[in-house]
Design a binder for this molecule. Structure first.
Ligand SMILES: Nc1ncnc2c1ncn2[C@@H]1O[C@H](COP(=O)(O)OP(=O)(O)OP(=O)(O)O)[C@@H](O)[C@H]1O
Ligand SMILES: [Mg+2]
Length: 184
Protein backbone atom coordinates (compact mmCIF):
# COMPACT_ATOMS: atom_id res chain seq x y z
CA UNK A 1 0.00 0.00 0.00
CA UNK A 2 1.82 3.10 -1.10
CA UNK A 3 -1.04 5.54 -0.68
CA UNK A 4 -2.24 6.69 2.70
CA UNK A 5 -5.82 6.77 1.39
CA UNK A 6 -5.66 2.97 1.10
CA UNK A 7 -4.49 2.65 4.69
CA UNK A 8 -7.33 4.94 5.71
CA UNK A 9 -9.81 2.76 3.85
CA UNK A 10 -8.41 -0.29 5.61
CA UNK A 11 -8.57 1.29 9.06
CA UNK A 12 -12.15 2.42 8.37
CA UNK A 13 -13.07 -1.16 7.46
CA UNK A 14 -12.24 -2.01 11.07
CA UNK A 15 -14.70 0.66 12.17
CA UNK A 16 -17.37 -0.82 9.94
CA UNK A 17 -16.64 -4.29 11.32
CA UNK A 18 -17.06 -2.77 14.78
CA UNK A 19 -20.56 -1.64 13.77
CA UNK A 20 -19.81 2.05 13.73
CA UNK A 21 -22.34 4.24 11.97
CA UNK A 22 -20.22 7.40 12.10
CA UNK A 23 -16.59 7.64 11.07
CA UNK A 24 -14.71 10.89 11.37
CA UNK A 25 -11.58 11.21 9.28
CA UNK A 26 -9.42 14.25 9.92
CA UNK A 27 -6.29 15.09 7.98
CA UNK A 28 -4.12 17.87 9.32
CA UNK A 29 -1.28 19.21 7.22
CA UNK A 30 0.91 21.73 8.95
CA UNK A 31 3.76 22.75 6.74
CA UNK A 32 5.53 24.98 9.30
CA UNK A 33 5.56 22.20 11.86
CA UNK A 34 6.28 19.60 9.16
CA UNK A 35 3.32 17.50 10.29
CA UNK A 36 0.97 15.28 8.35
CA UNK A 37 -1.57 13.81 10.75
CA UNK A 38 -4.42 11.38 10.19
CA UNK A 39 -7.11 10.87 12.83
CA UNK A 40 -9.85 8.29 12.42
CA UNK A 41 -12.54 8.18 15.05
CA UNK A 42 -15.50 5.82 15.12
CA UNK A 43 -18.48 5.14 17.34
CA UNK A 44 -18.25 1.36 17.04
CA UNK A 45 -18.16 -1.20 19.82
CA UNK A 46 -14.58 -0.43 20.76
CA UNK A 47 -11.99 -2.77 22.20
CA UNK A 48 -11.21 -4.20 25.60
CA UNK A 49 -7.93 -3.14 27.20
CA UNK A 50 -6.52 -6.56 26.38
CA UNK A 51 -7.39 -6.42 22.68
CA UNK A 52 -6.13 -2.87 22.50
CA UNK A 53 -2.78 -3.83 24.02
CA UNK A 54 -2.48 -6.75 21.63
CA UNK A 55 -3.28 -4.65 18.61
CA UNK A 56 -0.82 -1.96 19.67
CA UNK A 57 1.92 -4.42 20.55
CA UNK A 58 4.73 -4.04 18.01
CA UNK A 59 5.79 -7.67 18.53
CA UNK A 60 2.39 -9.14 17.90
CA UNK A 61 3.34 -10.95 14.72
CA UNK A 62 3.54 -14.24 16.62
CA UNK A 63 0.73 -15.30 14.38
CA UNK A 64 0.62 -18.90 15.52
CA UNK A 65 -1.15 -18.23 18.79
CA UNK A 66 -3.94 -16.04 17.48
CA UNK A 67 -5.31 -14.61 14.34
CA UNK A 68 -3.92 -11.14 13.93
CA UNK A 69 -4.69 -8.86 11.05
CA UNK A 70 -2.42 -6.56 9.14
CA UNK A 71 -4.36 -3.33 8.87
CA UNK A 72 -3.18 -1.57 11.99
CA UNK A 73 0.38 -2.84 11.87
CA UNK A 74 0.86 -1.78 8.25
CA UNK A 75 -0.47 1.67 9.05
CA UNK A 76 1.88 1.85 11.99
CA UNK A 77 4.80 0.84 9.79
CA UNK A 78 3.90 3.49 7.22
CA UNK A 79 3.97 6.13 9.97
CA UNK A 80 7.21 4.91 11.47
CA UNK A 81 8.88 4.88 8.07
CA UNK A 82 8.17 8.60 7.90
CA UNK A 83 9.65 9.18 11.36
CA UNK A 84 6.17 9.27 12.88
CA UNK A 85 3.97 7.10 15.02
CA UNK A 86 0.54 5.58 15.24
CA UNK A 87 -1.48 5.19 18.43
CA UNK A 88 -4.87 3.70 19.17
CA UNK A 89 -7.25 4.51 21.94
CA UNK A 90 -10.54 2.81 22.53
CA UNK A 91 -13.42 2.62 24.98
CA UNK A 92 -15.81 -0.32 24.94
CA UNK A 93 -19.25 0.69 23.63
CA UNK A 94 -18.03 4.21 22.89
CA UNK A 95 -15.60 3.83 20.02
CA UNK A 96 -12.07 3.86 18.79
CA UNK A 97 -9.61 6.49 17.68
CA UNK A 98 -6.56 5.88 15.53
CA UNK A 99 -4.04 8.70 15.28
CA UNK A 100 -1.08 8.55 12.93
CA UNK A 101 1.53 11.26 12.61
CA UNK A 102 4.06 11.55 9.79
CA UNK A 103 6.83 13.98 8.97
CA UNK A 104 5.23 15.93 6.16
CA UNK A 105 8.31 16.23 3.97
CA UNK A 106 9.84 12.86 4.80
CA UNK A 107 10.99 11.05 1.66
CA UNK A 108 9.30 7.88 2.82
CA UNK A 109 5.97 9.47 3.65
CA UNK A 110 3.50 7.91 1.26
CA UNK A 111 1.31 10.38 -0.64
CA UNK A 112 -2.31 10.71 0.44
CA UNK A 113 -3.50 9.45 -2.94
CA UNK A 114 -7.11 9.26 -4.01
CA UNK A 115 -8.88 9.84 -0.71
CA UNK A 116 -12.05 10.73 -2.66
CA UNK A 117 -12.18 7.13 -3.91
CA UNK A 118 -11.71 5.70 -0.42
CA UNK A 119 -14.54 7.88 0.87
CA UNK A 120 -16.83 6.84 -1.96
CA UNK A 121 -16.12 3.18 -1.25
CA UNK A 122 -16.99 3.74 2.42
CA UNK A 123 -20.19 5.57 1.51
CA UNK A 124 -21.23 2.74 -0.81
CA UNK A 125 -20.84 0.18 1.96
CA UNK A 126 -23.94 -2.00 2.20
CA UNK A 127 -24.65 -0.80 5.71
CA UNK A 128 -25.27 2.93 5.84
CA UNK A 129 -22.53 4.87 7.59
CA UNK A 130 -22.01 8.58 7.94
CA UNK A 131 -18.62 10.04 7.09
CA UNK A 132 -17.28 13.34 8.34
CA UNK A 133 -14.13 14.17 6.43
CA UNK A 134 -12.14 17.21 7.53
CA UNK A 135 -8.98 18.28 5.78
CA UNK A 136 -6.90 21.07 7.23
CA UNK A 137 -4.04 22.62 5.34
CA UNK A 138 -2.30 25.19 7.53
CA UNK A 139 -5.12 27.70 8.17
CA UNK A 140 -7.44 26.44 5.45
CA UNK A 141 -10.14 23.87 6.03
CA UNK A 142 -12.31 21.66 3.85
CA UNK A 143 -15.22 19.65 5.26
CA UNK A 144 -17.25 16.90 3.64
CA UNK A 145 -20.15 15.52 5.67
CA UNK A 146 -22.49 12.84 4.31
CA UNK A 147 -25.23 14.11 6.64
CA UNK A 148 -25.09 17.49 4.95
CA UNK A 149 -24.86 15.98 1.46
CA UNK A 150 -27.93 13.88 2.20
CA UNK A 151 -29.99 17.00 2.85
CA UNK A 152 -29.03 18.39 -0.55
CA UNK A 153 -29.61 15.10 -2.36
CA UNK A 154 -33.17 15.01 -1.10
CA UNK A 155 -33.70 11.30 -1.66
CA UNK A 156 -31.33 10.66 -4.58
CA UNK A 157 -29.29 7.65 -3.48
CA UNK A 158 -25.52 7.68 -2.99
CA UNK A 159 -25.35 4.85 -5.52
CA UNK A 160 -26.44 7.21 -8.32
CA UNK A 161 -23.58 7.56 -10.79
CA UNK A 162 -23.86 11.35 -10.90
CA UNK A 163 -23.78 11.52 -7.13
CA UNK A 164 -20.67 9.34 -7.01
CA UNK A 165 -18.92 11.57 -9.54
CA UNK A 166 -20.08 14.73 -7.80
CA UNK A 167 -18.71 13.53 -4.46
CA UNK A 168 -15.43 12.48 -6.06
CA UNK A 169 -14.95 15.88 -7.69
CA UNK A 170 -16.12 17.86 -4.69
CA UNK A 171 -13.56 16.23 -2.42
CA UNK A 172 -10.75 16.36 -4.96
CA UNK A 173 -11.35 20.02 -5.80
CA UNK A 174 -11.98 20.93 -2.17
CA UNK A 175 -8.59 19.66 -1.10
CA UNK A 176 -6.87 21.24 -4.08
CA UNK A 177 -8.52 24.55 -3.27
CA UNK A 178 -7.32 24.74 0.34
CA UNK A 179 -3.80 23.85 -0.75
CA UNK A 180 -3.76 26.49 -3.48
CA UNK A 181 -5.45 29.09 -1.32
CA UNK A 182 -2.70 28.71 1.24
CA UNK A 183 0.16 29.02 -1.21
CA UNK A 184 -1.11 32.28 -2.70
N1 LIG B 1 -12.06 0.53 15.05
C1 LIG B 1 -12.00 -0.63 15.71
N2 LIG B 1 -13.00 -1.00 16.57
C2 LIG B 1 -12.95 -2.16 17.24
N3 LIG B 1 -11.94 -3.06 17.14
C3 LIG B 1 -10.93 -2.76 16.32
C4 LIG B 1 -10.90 -1.54 15.57
N4 LIG B 1 -9.76 -1.51 14.85
C5 LIG B 1 -9.12 -2.65 15.13
N5 LIG B 1 -9.80 -3.42 16.00
C6 LIG B 1 -9.37 -4.73 16.52
O1 LIG B 1 -8.03 -4.92 16.20
C7 LIG B 1 -7.84 -6.09 15.41
C8 LIG B 1 -6.71 -5.90 14.44
O2 LIG B 1 -7.07 -4.97 13.44
P1 LIG B 1 -6.31 -5.04 12.05
O3 LIG B 1 -6.95 -4.10 11.12
O4 LIG B 1 -4.86 -4.90 12.31
O5 LIG B 1 -6.58 -6.53 11.57
P2 LIG B 1 -7.92 -7.21 11.08
O6 LIG B 1 -8.95 -6.17 10.78
O7 LIG B 1 -8.27 -8.27 12.07
O8 LIG B 1 -7.45 -7.90 9.74
P3 LIG B 1 -7.13 -7.17 8.36
O9 LIG B 1 -7.09 -5.70 8.59
O10 LIG B 1 -5.80 -7.73 7.95
O11 LIG B 1 -8.24 -7.58 7.48
C9 LIG B 1 -9.20 -6.34 14.79
O12 LIG B 1 -9.37 -7.71 14.48
C10 LIG B 1 -10.13 -5.87 15.89
O13 LIG B 1 -10.28 -6.87 16.87
MG1 LIG C 1 -8.44 -4.47 9.59
Amino acid sequence: MNELSLHILDICQNSIKANADLIEITITENIDKNIFMIEITDNGHGMSKLTLSEVSDPFFTTRTTRKVGLGVSLFKMAAEMANGSCVLSSIVDIGTKVTAIFEHNHLDRAPLGAIEDSINILILNEREIEILYTHKYNNQIYIFDTREVKKVLDGIPFTDYNVIMWIKNNIKEGIKMIQEEESR
